[in-house]
Ligand binder design. Structure first.
Ligand code: 1CP
Length: 356
């Protein structure tokens, strides 16, 4: 039961009938929007925007004012958790996130704080509460967190990495230390997502951006096992709140991800959604999987690619249209308008059932 005016996204997550395929985009609020760049300049920094609920709310709503998207995602970042655990997050222009402190040994692990989401991360909960009010039940609001493995890569590397050399070294030389770090992040992340749901998030997504760099065995041990615990404990807290798991580069593990009990899997663009559906479709909904670079194409190209993904998914509910990863800052907003319209218009033929 929901009072939402548009609950297509939540219905599709539950694989219940819908009139059109719902669509939202990863990083739909961000640098490709001139109004985002303007507000960021005015507010001084990305973190300031995240930590000021009114600004986070304004940014969250920016893409919805332009496009008829079927969901909003709270403007925040997966790195709020390590910041609240004491690593002191900063963003260096052109270089991305940088932590003042990292986790490298037993002492730095012990020094980590275990933040209370309604204290140290209250600004995120306030952003959710403010945004829920401002949305006036138009569309659902998605909450999110990074997967413990993905968040750990930033905590050990001290920022973004291409090689993951420090965390891989830890994985082979001090696996017990890494497991303890993942345990701590898992505990904090579970409470964080539960608090987001209590504050008003209608669904939650776990971004495992770097799970795909692992071997099959290491993925099961260092990433999926911890996401499993989060799924169990979030479901225990709120049985009906849908949970979406997204491991970028994790296409080979879809069946395993589907058995966690999550409600939907995010797909990057390297998979064929038809094959993905036949592998797991009766267990979970699927979200994705347009190549983000497709938005460099003209409107006809975008429409062709949308038509192709919709046809490959085929008839019936259970698909949430999205990109296979975040929208990049060099995309023109007009392309997003074309994409959203194409999904709504061309998907109707795949939903011929009567919707009550
Ligand atoms: O203005 C700026 O320069 C900041 C750019 C930016 C934005 C818009 C960052 C820095 N984070 C965000 C917002 C953000 N991050 C959202 C908002 C909601 C939305 O989707 O609209 C979300 C869900 C994230 C999640 C996030 N942050 C992930 C997981 C998803 C993904 O994209 O893979 C990751 C890995 C991060 C870390 C991060 N945040 C920002 C940067 C530059 C990075 C590093 C990325 C990297 O290491 O490559």
């Amino acid at each position: 039961m929901t009072n939402l005016q548009n609950d297509r996204f939540l219905k599709a997550l539950r694989r219940e009938p819908v009139d059109k395929t719902p669509v939202w985009l990863m990083r739909q609020a961000g640098r490709y929007l001139p109004e985002y760049r303007k507000l960021r300049e005015k507010s001084g920094s990305f973190l300031k925007m995240c930590k000021t609920p009114e600004l986070a709310c304004e940014v969250t709503l920016q893409p919805l004012a332009r496009f008829p998207l079927d969901a909003a995602i709270i403007f925040s970042d997966i790195l709020t958790i390590p910041d609240a655990m004491g690593l002191e997050l900063g963003f260096v222009t052109g270089e991305g996130p940088k932590f003042n402190k990292t986790v490298s040994d037993v002492e730095s692990l012990r020094a980590l704080a275990m933040p209370d989401p309604e204290i140290e991360l209250r600004y995120v909960m306030n952003a959710i509460r403010t945004t829920k009010q401002a949305l006036t039940q138009r569309v659902p609001l998605i909450g999110f967190a990074g997967s413990p493995w993905t968040v750990a890569t930033y905590m050990v590397e001290g920022g973004s990495s291409k090689t993951f050399s420090k965390i891989n070294k830890m994985r082979y030389q001090s696996p017990a230390l890494l497991m303890q770090l993942l345990e701590k992040i898992t505990t904090v992340t579970t409470q964080y997502l539960q608090a987001q749901i209590a504050a008003g998030a209608d669904a939650v997504m776990i971004f495992d951006t770097w799970g795909g760099v692992l071997t099959t065995e290491a993925y099961a041990q260092f990433s999926l096992a911890f996401m499993q615990r989060i799924v169990d404990d979030v479901k225990h807290f709120s049985e009906n709140t849908p949970i979406i798991l997204f491991t970028k580069g994790g296409g080979q593990w879809l069946e395993k991800m589907a058995t966690t009990g999550c409600h939907a899997l995010g797909l990057d663009w390297t998979l064929d959604i038809n094959q993905a559906r036949s592998r797991v479709g009766s267990k979970v909904a699927l979200q994705g999987n347009l190549e983000p670079a497709c938005l460099h194409g003209d409107e006809n190209v975008i429409r062709q690619q949308v038509a192709s993904i919709l046809a490959k998914y085929g008839s019936g509910s259970g698909h949430i249209f999205n990109l296979g990863h975040g929208i990049t800052p060099d995309i023109l907003p007009e392309k997003v308008a074309a994409l959203v319209d194409a999904v709504h218009e061309m998907s109707q033929q795949y939903h011929q059932v009567t919707v009550s």
